[in-house]
Design a protein around this ligand. Structure first.
Ligand code: MRU
Length: 368
């Protein structure tokens, strides 16, 4: 059974780690994000089923955080495999890896992180299994640490695209709660906050699961950022009012041609931004850019249950019993609606097929 710990310490939400490893208990520890902002509950995940459920049910969510949770998760499961025989160990590892990978299809970070862990296994098959397990733990910790550095760099590059006092609109939660610190789309906002930029941020509530209201508005507000919550259907109004100088969003998978999958509704914001001449920036760690996927057409979009739309967040049902519901979790923003893609290796602009390839060249040259 996943173990729950209700925190009532008066701590700020920003003081919590989104994902961490409890070595003693051999468990992944996450904040149950489905309970935010009302309750801060840490949960310890030890079994494959608990880790899979936590990802599927969005207790841990956001592309980078899913990757880190999967990396620690596969380590926790590997640690439980009781054998000295590499072949036996690796067979079990692959089985668990494939299971975790099936939790959510759109965010490429899930398979990206699991594949990194797999490479550690395959590259160290000569080591005793006990030592291999240590290498897996180190790799998961490195994935988390890199995420923090990467988000900070995205923040630095993103900050160059705006100026003090700007109005910024964001959709869903690509914040600290979706990563390990800074977030991606929020990284320029947090860095600007550190430097006295006094941005005015508008957070879309993000139907149907309200990540913008429950998570983005919560974390920005808790950090002292000037943030205003709006319904999803208000983005045109605030842009027409002239209140928005830039849109920053995160993403779950960027295809080689720059098409970007992100939370459902993102492409609507992009189209509205084009109409009002507001630059639309996608913040993407290279772990979210998938050059093996040629275009947005090739990105698999997760379909979620109908009750998320009709009743999940309400006291009572808000739609007739038996109504047909279409509930894709993500949409794809066409590359020609995207002003630029902000990565940890710089800002990519159209034509993306070339600029994204150049970003990966830089990563090969300067990355670790
Ligand atoms: O369904 P979610 O909450 O996992 O969707 C999250 C998003 O769409 C985020 O914008 C994306 O993962 C980027 S997080 C840095």
């Amino acid at each position: 059974m996943e173990k729950k710990v209700r925190e009532n310490t008066g701590k700020n939400i920003m003081d919590y780690e989104t994902v961490t490893l409890d070595e003693e208990a051999n468990a992944v520890v996450i904040i149950d994000q489905t309970l935010l902002p009302n309750k801060t509950e840490l949960i310890r995940l030890k079994t494959a089923q608990e880790i899979w459920d936590a990802i599927y049910l969005l207790k841990v969510r956001g592309a980078p955080a899913i990757g880190v949770a999967a990396a620690f998760g596969i380590y926790v499961l590997a640690e439980q495999v009781d054998t000295e025989d590499y072949e036996v160990f690796y067979r079990e590892f692959v089985k668990q890896k494939e299971y975790l990978d099936s939790a959510r299809p759109t965010a490429v970070n899930l398979s990206w992180a699991l594949n990194r862990m797999d490479e550690v296994c395959r590259g160290n098959s000569h080591l005793p299994v006990a030592q291999l397990k240590c290498r897996l733990k180190e790799e998961a910790a490195a994935i988390k640490e890199e995420d923090i550095q990467v988000c900070r760099k995205i923040g630095e590059y993103g900050l160059e695209l705006v100026k003090p006092g700007d109005g910024i609109l964001t959709h869903c939660n690509a914040g600290q709660l979706a990563a390990c610190r800074y977030g991606t789309a929020t990284a320029p906002i947090y860095l600007g906050q550190e430097r006295g930029y006094r941005f005015r941020v508008f957070a879309d509530e993000t139907r149907p699961l309200l990540q913008g209201a429950r998570l983005t508005a919560y974390e920005l507000f808790s950090s002292g950022v000037d943030v205003t919550l709006i319904c999803d259907n208000m983005s045109a109004a605030v842009m027409k009012n002239g209140w928005i100088n830039a849109v920053f969003v995160g993403c779950d998978r960027v295809a080689a041609n720059g098409d970007a999958a992100n939370k459902i509704g993102t492409s609507v914001v992009a189209a509205v931004a084009k109409q009002y001449h507001v630059p639309f920036y996608v913040c993407a760690p290279t772990s979210t850019i998938d050059l093996a996927t040629p275009t947005g057409e090739d990105i698999r979009i997760e379909q979620r249950p109908a009750d998320e739309v009709t009743q999940m967040w309400y006291k009572e049902r808000m739609a007739p019993e038996g109504i047909k519901v279409y509930n894709p979790a993500f949409d794809v923003t066409d590359h020609d609606l995207i002003t630029a893609i902000v990565t940890e290796y710089g800002v990519a602009r159209a034509p993306y097929t070339e600029s994204l390839r150049e970003i990966f060249e830089k990563k090969k040259e300067y990355g670790n």
